[in-house]
Design a protein around this ligand. Structure first.
Ligand code: UN1
Length: 501
């Protein structure tokens, strides 16, 4: 696979820069090399953080609505680049073009959100217990934000963090996945275009660090990085979290998901089947919100399963750049091996596997296209309780609604969840305190494809972070509680008398 000049030009990337380095970038479409990028050593990473720290001192004093203007311009530039960036996402990550463009649309949406937010960074006013006093909260910029992103949403997750961070007054140092650094460089160019139009943006407001583990470690250990927002595996989060906490830095973790759906007897099965297909096989099962566990009421299993098997049989797997393809390749051979291993374990646990296995290996010997798998499981065994980042949907039957909720929640992860039902009580129980224990809980829609307006993230081993909409911006700012005395006396709180004379 060769990157077309036209595409590089549209994104402002220089072909010569993409040949100069030691980090080989492959397209999962055919496994071919598409670039060789220079990586940043420790000294270079430190320099980038220096620049970001210097930018913070300037940027924090720019009024927030003005900061919002930069993000509004970024949204404009992204609109202009939507087709090109969406295509590069598809080439570098392997998701289908439609989803690549969808990812860029998420970026545009968060820019719109953040531009409006820049005039709404509200603090509370609080009733003081003392006469002649008032209390208020003020939100201030926090500092440099380190953003570590995964290959599966190579650009959207960066934009959720960056759009908020910039309007909140924080520079960003971004370490993209080593598997998808090209799209990051394209975003840097797009950002630079917005910055140029804005004028006077401090150097270092956005830095991109290219590299692997070492570069990431340098970033998370630097005390000037006030917040580390990291997306990836639970294993990664388990390392990053305590390490940042040990220097009292803040973390925002968005880790594994093992998302479930309950299909109740009253469910609209047409809707459920469509939702299952998109959320279980879309993005080749490589979303953190992908549907991985399906709990079907025993009375409707014989209606739903044949439909699913039929739909799975008709899925177009293939080159994600071709119209009509629904499932592209897995990111690499390791992902495929992980899928195979999980299917073997599921079969050993008594699972009945439909689908799975490699396809198109003649056409693309260096790429890994897999048939999505449906696995009928007799129970929620260990392999089901783990997240395998591939298109495997485990199907389990249930009899009693409360048991289904208990099973649904009986996994270490807590990102996204949903129920298909037309029974009002069931729907609201699922959303209640004794229902789904996830950060995202839906009714009659699948667990994936969340809008940016809500807070995104989850509980338990998903890490507890919230990004994107709602009040997620608060993670990117520090809160000061202010008490102002406008009287001529000095009453103490709690009525304490402390009088020397
Ligand atoms: C991810 O997979 O890391 O809700 C993010 C969704 C997308 C974002 C997924 N809006 O599926």
């Amino acid at each position: 696979m060769k990157l077309k000049k036209q595409l590089l030009n549209a994104l402002g990337l220089d072909a010569a820069d993409l040949k100069a380095g030691d980090l080989a970038v492959h397209s999962p479409i055919d496994g071919g090399e598409i670039a060789r990028l220079k990586t940043d050593g420790p000294a270079k990473v430190a320099k980038k953080i220096d620049r970001a720290a210097a930018a913070f001192r300037e940027w924090r004093e720019v009024p927030a609505p003005r900061r919002g203007e930069l993000i509004r311009l970024l949204g404009e530039e992204l609109r202009a680049s939507k087709a090109a960036l969406g295509e590069l996402v598809a080439i570098e990550n392997g998701k289908i073009l439609e989803e690549g463009k969808g990812e860029v649309q998420e970026m545009i949406d968060i820019c719109d959100f953040a531009a409006g937010l820049s005039r709404q960074l509200y603090g509370l006013t609080i009733a003081s217990e003392r006469p002649g006093h008032r209390m208020a909260e003020t939100w201030h910029p926090l500092g440099v934000v380190g953003v570590i992103t995964a290959f599966n949403f190579p650009v959207a997750v960066w934009s959720w963090n960056t759009a908020l961070a910039i309007v909140c007054g924080d520079p960003v140092v971004w370490k993209p996945s080593e598997k998808t650094p090209l799209t990051a460089l394209a975003c840097q160019k797009i950002f630079a275009r917005a910055a140029k139009r804005f004028g006077g943006v401090p150097k270092g407001l956005l830095e991109v660090v290219i590299g692997g583990r070492e570069a990431g470690e340098r970033l998370i250990d630097d005390p000037r990085v006030a917040l580390v927002s990291a997306t990836g595996s639970t294993r990664m989060g388990r390392e990053v979290g305590p390490r940042v906490a040990s220097r009292f830095g803040r973390v925002l973790l968005e880790l594994g998901g093992n998302n479930g759906m309950i299909v109740a007897p009253s469910a609209d099965l047409d809707l459920a089947a469509r939702a299952i297909l998109f959320s279980a096989v879309g993005t080749a099962g490589q979303r953190c919100t992908t549907l991985r566990r399906l709990f079907v009421h025993e009375t409707i299993e014989d209606k739903l399963l044949p439909r699913l098997k039929k739909a799975y049989g008709g899925i177009r797997i293939g080159n994600p750049l071709e119209p009509g393809t629904l499932v592209g390749p897995l990111i690499d051979g390791a992902a495929f091996e992980g899928m195979e291993r999980a299917l073997k374990r599921a079969a050993a646990d008594g699972g009945k596997v439909h689908g799975g296995g490699r396809v198109m290996s003649n056409e693309f010997p260096d790429a890994f296209y897999a048939k999505p798998a449906l696995v009928q499981m007799p129970a929620q065994t260990d392999v089901v309780r783990e997240e395998t980042f591939a298109p495997i949907l485990y199907v389990m039957k249930y009899k009693d609604f409360d048991d289904a909720i208990a099973l649904h929640n009986d996994v270490p992860q807590g990102l996204s969840s949903c129920i298909f039902t037309t029974d009002l009580r069931e729907a609201d129980v699922f959303l209640s305190a004794r229902g789904s224990d996830c950060g995202i809980a839906n009714v009659n829609i699948g667990p994936s494809g969340a809008e940016i307006g809500g807070a995104f993230g989850g509980e338990k081993e998903t890490g507890g972070g919230r990004e994107s909409g709602s009040d997620a911006w608060k993670s990117y700012m520090r809160r000061a509680t202010n008490t102002v005395n406008y009287s001529n006396a000095l009453p103490l709180a709690q009525g304490i008398v402390f009088d020397a004379g």
